[in-house]
Design a protein around this ligand. Structure first.
Ligand code: CUA
Length: 318
């Protein structure tokens, strides 16, 4: 999947696109500037004392200072006060980040090698594309189907591990209509760096319309083959299947329709409408010889019209 580069916002940080972003950045900058001041002061003092008390000849004596109670008390108390202050800054932000508002829109999020699936309250599903309304808290209830992944949207300043066998949650409220990027930020295998999704923030009315029709603002319904072409990338078929004959994870789609494939069990199958359909819904039933049986099922993730559209598209890939 290709994405527009992230809007860098400032030299230091991505754009702040959620309600919590500013507070997170403030906490970051407090720590950052404290560090800068302390680093400069300490290194400056070190350099100065090295120069001032350098042993310049055999007559210079070693210092006979053994300790300084005033100094020791101050370098204990000042950092303690700073650290306690930082604790409360962090605690305040952390409590806000951990507890989703009661009216949050809950979206079930599943991570697996190497894609993201989002299931909305009405049962709609989107793959590698998270669509959310602007100005409404969104809570993601996340789990992984295989290994550790991690949900990270830099512009929202939210990051949370996604773990097999348990739920983790994260919430945010987007403040601007825009597209941004969700990264997997836990190394999860060879496809890790491609495990991204698009995040679309839109007006509530556009969001409702997308839920209803699957159409983005300004979009018209597509003819099947064109819809299939779109699904090929938006449903991340392209992560594993090439169009140019090269081998990725799965067989290439170049000239796929009508081709005869050798199946792992020794039989063969002609690729027709039924085989494509079966491969989408029960991908590991007839795996092509020499390829790993790793394709996830698209059962429940594609509408009947989507399957028809993919078949129509694959007929055109020669
Ligand atoms: Cu999933 Cu890295």
């Amino acid at each position: 999947m290709t994405f527009d580069p992230i809007d860098l916002g400032s030299f230091w940080m991505p754009k702040q696109s959620s309600t919590i972003a500013e507070e997170i950045d403030t906490a970051y900058y407090i720590v950052y500037w404290l560090d800068v001041v302390m680093f400069v002061a300490l290194m400056g003092a070190l350099a100065y004392f090295m120069w001032k008390y350098k042993r310049r000849g055999p007559k210079d004596k070693l210092s006979d200072v053994t300790h300084s109670t005033t100094l020791e008390i101050s370098w204990t108390i000042i950092p303690t006060i700073l650290v306690i202050g930082l604790f409360f800054v962090g605690l305040k932000g952390w409590m806000k980040a951990m507890v989703a508002p009661g009216n949050a829109l809950e979206i079930r999020t599943t991570a697996e090698m190497y894609m993201w699936t989002f299931t909305y309250p009405n049962g709609n599903v989107s793959v590698n594309e998270l669509v959310v309304p602007k100005g409404q808290p969104v809570k993601l209830i996340m789990s992984s189907k295989d290994v550790l992944h991690s949900f990270f949207v830099p512009e929202f300043r939210v990051k949370q591990d996604v773990v097999p066998g348990m739920y983790t949650t994260v919430w945010f409220e987007a403040i601007e209509n825009r597209e941004t990027v969700l990264f997997c930020t836990e190394y999860c295998g060879v496809g890790h760096s491609d495990m991204m999704a698009k995040v679309r923030v839109m007006e509530k009315a556009d969001y409702d319309n997308w839920q209803e029709t699957g159409l983005l603002p300004g979009e018209k319904p597509l003819p099947p083959a064109e819809l299939g072409k779109k699904l090929f990338t938006t449903r991340s078929c392209n992560t594993c299947h090439s169009l140019d004959g090269s081998r990725i994870q799965g067989p290439t789609f170049k000239g796929i329709f009508g081709r005869t494939e050798q199946i792992a069990d020794g039989s063969s199958v002609k690729v027709d409408e039924n085989y494509i359909r079966e491969s989408l819904l029960e991908p590991n039933k007839k795996v092509v010889q020499g390829y790993p049986a790793v394709m996830p099922t698209y059962k429940g993730l594609l509408k009947e019209t989507d399957i028809d559209a993919l078949i129509a598209y694959l007929k055109t890939v020669q």
